[in-house]
Design a protein around this ligand. Structure first.
Ligand code: ADP
Ligand code: XUL
Length: 541
C-alpha cells in the first residue's frame, strides 16, 4: 500500500469472480492505490470447491456462504495492514454474471441487525433458502431453455426482446428449474439476487436492486423498455409471474445512483465512514468495458476464467450467437458480447498434460512450445472440457488433414498451439458477424484478464486477427479490469453527485502495444478459417 497521507478520498471496486474475490482501490484521479485478493480454493478450502465451484454433472454451483465468508476474509486482510477505511467515499462492485442467490424470508431482518463482533458467515447461515448458488458455468437447464423458446415464439423473438436466445446459465432458466424441481425452496425465497446485487446487499444491509446491465443476462429483462417482461416471468415461474416479479424487485437503470450508506456492521468492524455510499454493483463484463476508454472500433478480449469478447455499441445488435447487454449507466448504449466457457481452465488442462512445469502456475514450457512451433493448416483442434456455449459442443477433437484423430501422433505437443489457435479462430469468425457493415472494422484489439499476462499467447492473437494488440496499463498483473471498472463507477457516482454531470470519456487512455502481427502467419490463418468452420460443424452436438 502506498503512502496515503496526501490522499483524501478512496473508491473501492470489488470483483466476485469464479475463482476469487478481488478488490481494487483508486483515488480521485482514477489511480490504482491498492489491490488484494482472496483465492477460494486455497484460502477457503473447507468448502471443497475446485476452481471456485462444485461440479455435479452439468450442475455447477458454489456454496453461497463461501462468498459471504470471503468478504470478511478480504476485509480482515486490509485491517491487518491498517488500510484507511475511513477515506473510502463510495463502494461498488462487479461479479460473475448469471449466478443467483436465494434469500430466505428472515434474511432482511438478519441483514439489518448484524452484530459487528461476529463474522457475517456465523450470522447469515439461515439467510438463504438455497445453499448452493447456481453459477455461470452451469449447463443443466437445456430442457427449460427449449421450453422458454417454444413458449415465447422462437429463439429470434427472445433475442429481440432480451438480447439473447435461451442459454442454460441465464438466470431465468435457472429459476425455472428451481420452480420445477424444488417448488418449496422457491416459496421459501423472499428475494432473488444476482451475484453482483447479492454483494451490494451485504454492504447495504438490505436488498440491493439488480442493475439493468447484469440483468440483461437473465432472459427476463426487456432490453428496450428496461423492465422485466411479464410473459417471460410467467414462463420461468410456472405461471407465478407476479410472485417472481416481487422476488426480483425493480431493476435499476442508473448504475451510478447512490443506493444508501454502508451498513453499520462495516463501520463498527472495519472503520468505514458511516457516510460511505453504496451504488449498484454490476456484471464483470460490463465493468470491464467501464475500465477502458472504449471507442467504436475497439474490440476487447478478456482472457479470464471465461474468455469473452466485448464491443461497445449505440444500437442493440441482436444475433443468435451473441449477447446484447444494456450499458450499466450510459443511456441508449449497449454492449455486444461473446462468451466461451473453455477459457483459462481449459488452457491449464492442456498445459498440465503437455507442458507441465514444476510450479503449477508457471507457463514457461507452454510458452516455449508456442515459441518453437509454427502454424500448420493441416492441424486443427477443438477443446471443450466444459460444455461450450457457442458452439454448443463438449469434448476434445483433433483433425489432421481433415481426418478425426485420437492424437497429433507426430507431435503431441502441437496441442498447445492448437488450443490457442482454435480459441482465437472461433472468436474471429464470430466477431466478423458483430461488425455491422463493411465500414466497421477492428481498429484496436485490447486484451485484459489473467492470461493477458502471457506474451506468447498474445502474439498468436495478433497473428490470427492480423491486428496490433494493446493492453491497458491499469491491468498491472492482469485480471483486475472488472474490479477497476467498478471502482471507476464508484468515482463517477460521487462526481455526478457533486458536479451533476460527468464526462465518462475523461478517463485517461493508457494502453501499451503488446503484440504486432506476423502477416505471414495471418495469411495462413486466413486460409484456415473456412476449413476450421467445416470441422467445427462436425463436432457440434
Ligand atoms: P477471473 O475471470 O476468474 O476473474 P482472471 O482474469 O484473474 O480470472 O484469470 C485467471 C486465470 O488467468 C487463471 O485461471 C490462469 O489460468 C490465467 N493466467 C494467469 N497468468 C497466466 C499466464 N501467464 N499465462 C496464461 N494464463 C494465465
Ligand atoms: C458471461 C459469462 C462469464 C461470467 C464470468 O456471459 O457467463 O463471462 O461473467 O465471470
Amino acid at each position: 500500500m502506498t503512502d496515503h497521507l496526501e490522499i483524501d478520498n478512496l473508491y473501492i471496486g470489488f470483483d466476485l469472480s469464479t475463482q476469487q474475490l478481488k478488490l481494487s482501490v483508486i483515488d480521485d484521479n482514477y489511480k490504482l492505490f491498492f489491490e488484494e485478493t482472496v483465492h477460494f480454493d486455497k484460502e477457503l478450502s473447507h468448502y471443497g470447491t475446485r476452481n471456485g465451484v462444485v461440479l455435479k454433472g452439468e450442475t455447477v454451483t458454489c456454496p453461497t456462504l463461501l462468498w459471504v465468508e470471503s468478504l470478511d476474509k478480504l476485509l480482515e486482510k486490509l485491517k491487518t495492514i491498517k488500510f484507511p477505511f475511513h477515506k473510502v467515499r463510495v463502494i461498488s462492485g462487479a461479479a460473475q454474471q448469471h449466478g443467483s442467490i436465494y434469500w430466505s424470508h428472515n434474511a432482511l431482518s438478519l441483514l439489518s441487525s448484524l452484530d459487528s463482533s461476529r463474522p457475517l458467515v456465523h450470522q447469515l447461515t439461515n439467510a438463504f433458502s438455497i445453499l448452493q448458488s447456481p453459477t455461470w458455468q452451469d449447463s443443466s437447464t437445456s430442457e427449460q431453455c427449449s421450453e422458454l423458446e417454444k413458449l415465447i415464439g422462437g429463439a429470434e423473438v427472445l433475442v429481440n426482446l432480451t438480447g439473447s436466445k435461451a442459454y442454460e446459465r441465464f438466470t431465468g432458466n435457472q429459476i425455472s428449474k428451481i420452480c420445477k424441481t424444488d417448488p418449496t425452496a422457491f416459496s421459501q425465497t423472499s428475494r432473488i439476487s444476482l451475484v453482483s446485487s447479492f454483494l451490494a446487499s451485504l454492504f447495504l444491509g438490505h436488498y440491493a436492486p439488480i442493475d439493468i446491465s447484469d440483468g440483461s443476462g437473465m432472459n427476463l429483462l426487456n432490453i428496450h423498455t428496461k423492465r422485466w417482461e411479464d410473459k417471460l416471468l410467467d414462463i420461468c415461474s410456472d405461471g407465478a409471474g407476479s410472485e417472481l416479479k416481487e422476488k426480483l424487485g425493480e431493476p435499476e437503470i442508473d448504475g451510478i445512483k447512490i443506493l444508501g450508506n454502508v451498513n453499520e456492521y462495516f463501520v463498527k468492524r472495519y472503520g468505514f465512514n458511516k457516510d460511505c455510499k453504496i451504488i449498484p454493483f454490476t456484471g464483470d463484463n460490463p465493468a470491464t468495458i467501464i475500465s477502458l476508454s472504449v471507442k467504436p472500433g475497439d474490440v476487447i478480449i478478456s482472457l479470464g476464467t471465461s474468455d469473452t469478447v466485448l464491443l461497445y455499441t449505440c444500437k442493440p445488435l441482436a444475433t443468435l450467437d451473441s449477447h446484447t447487454l444494456c450499458h450499466p449507466f450510459i443511456p441508449n448504449s449497449y454492449l455486444s458480447m461473446l462468451c466461451r466457457k473453455n477459457g483459462s481452465l481449459t488452457r491449464e488442462y492442456i498445459r498440465d498434460i503437455y507442458a507441465k512445469d514444476e510450479d503449477n502456475e508457471l507457463w514457461n514450457t507452454f510458452n516455449n512450445i508456442l515459441n518453437t512451433t509454427k502454424p500448420m493448416k493441416s492441424k486443427i483442434g477443438f477443446y471443450f472440457l466444459l460444455q461450450e456455449i457457442i458452439p454448443f459442443a463438449k469434448g476434445i477433437f483433433r483433425f489432421d488433414n481433415n481426418k478425426l484423430v485420437e492424437e497429433f501422433e507426430d507431435n503431441p505437443n502441437y496441442n498447445v498451439r492448437a488450443i490457442i489457435e482454435s480459441q482465437f479462430l472461433s472468436m474471429k469468425l464470430r466477431i466478423n458477424k458483430l461488425l455491422r457493415n463493411d465500414k466497421e472494422k477492428i481498429e484496436r484489439l485490447i486484451v485484459v484478464g489473467g492470461a493477458s499476462n502471457n506474451d506468447e499467447i498474445l502474439k498468436i492473437l495478433a497473428d490470427v486477427f492480423g491486428t496490433k494488440v494493446w493492453k491497458s496499463q491499469i491491468e498491472g498483473k492482469g485480471g483486475i479490469s472488472a474490479s477497476m471498472g467498478s471502482a471507476i463507477k464508484a468515482r463517477l457516482a460521487l462526481l455526478k453527485q457533486e458536479i451533476k454531470s460527468i464526462n465518462y470519456y475523461e478517463i485517461e487512455e493508457n494502453y501499451s502495444l503488446v503484440a504486432n502481427p506476423n502477416l505471414n502467419n495471418t495469411k495462413i490463418y486466413e486460409d484456415m478459417v473456412e476449413n476450421y468452420q467445416e470441422m467445427e460443424k462436425l463436432v457440434i452436438e
